[in-house]
Write a protein that binds this ligand. Sequence first.
Ligand code: GLC
Length: 425
Amino acid sequence: MKTTMKRTLQGAVMGLGLLGAMACAHAASITISCGSVGQDYEFCKKHTDEWAKKTGHTVKLFTSPSSTTDILGLFRQMFAAQSADLDVVMVDVVWPGVIKDHLVDLKKYSKGAEALHFPAIVGNNTIDGKLLAMPWFTDAGLLFYRKDLVEKYGMKAPKTWDELATVAKKIQDGERAAGAADFQGFVFQAKAYEGLTCDAVEWLAAFDGGSIVDAKGDITINNPNAVKALKTAASWVGTIAPTGVLNYGEEDARGVFQNGKAAFMRNWPYAWSLGNGADSPIKGKIGVSALPSAMAGGKGGAALGGWQLAVSKYSKNVDAAADLVMFLTSSNMQKERAIKGSYNPTVRSLYLDKEVLAANPFYGDLHSVFTNASPRPATVTGLKYPEVSQAFWNATHEVLSGKATAEDSLKRLDGRLKQIKRTGW
Ligand code: GLC
């Protein structure tokens, strides 16, 4: 009897040792790039820690630049070198066609979970039947404003760009006269990078100036409405907006607005949660609306943004990396990010979730802004999208900084885009 027990115990101990060794052999170290804007890092740290604890794997956070343009440049270098340094990468909504050859098909790992997300985003992430990235959060450009100041000056939240210019000027003049010498009417993103393409796509949409390249692949940017759109935006620089906007990204604009130094800001939803954070000087004073239209009763434009998570083909731990992607993009994680960080979920049912809506009242009011946001012409231009966008933001930056007229700049851009297109996209 005793001997049997001893043997059983010995067997159990050996078995445990073997299990431990197996777990060790399979414990992977995953490196993820998950953003450095707003609360990106904090959420990524918290959620990857939760996954590591659950699975026994470890996770390292790769510090990425804050500009999407710089992140893409870096990833492309790493992919070209087939580097195994990154396992999980964040993917901007305009990139699937650009980096498709370097990503793992996630179909085998998702087990159909993509059906919970917006079909348009899943479609955007699916190329040649391969699910190259899981949707993580979606973005649409919004107008943030100081409710208290609009009221103080007896004005109403603007519906058109002209009204915005008037209200912004009135508040700016008033606040400056009252001693806030550096107070600004309006801040947005006008640095020469992808963010400017987004802002300018919104102006084009409001002025009915097309989408640079249309869905058929025709270059449409050289048109009178696009000229009007860029002229209008150029008129803000140095009047209601500081000339510094020519070098602003999202976080620069948020810094000014959140410090109480601007009446209006164009930004993405993440700015809501931070602006209402416990330590924010403008907590409780922020209004959110759709971006203005060109004319009363017209449509405002919102650019469609957003991020996905994907696994690099050069990862040495594809299975673990894919498991992490599925964990981070799950409904539970997206719910927490929406409530505590105002990251718009891609899981459709979360827009009916009471806690999510209570934390982000504008999700309900602006639902149509999110569902009708204007995509950049990334699908139709495929691999050439980064060049198209760069040519567009440079042309726009020239107009905003007064180096060229809108007419000349868009005419030149038309020629440049034809060169990029050559025989096709
Ligand atoms: C946001 C959007 C992304 C866009 C970027 C531009 O991160 O989600 O799609 O490219 O802003 O700065």
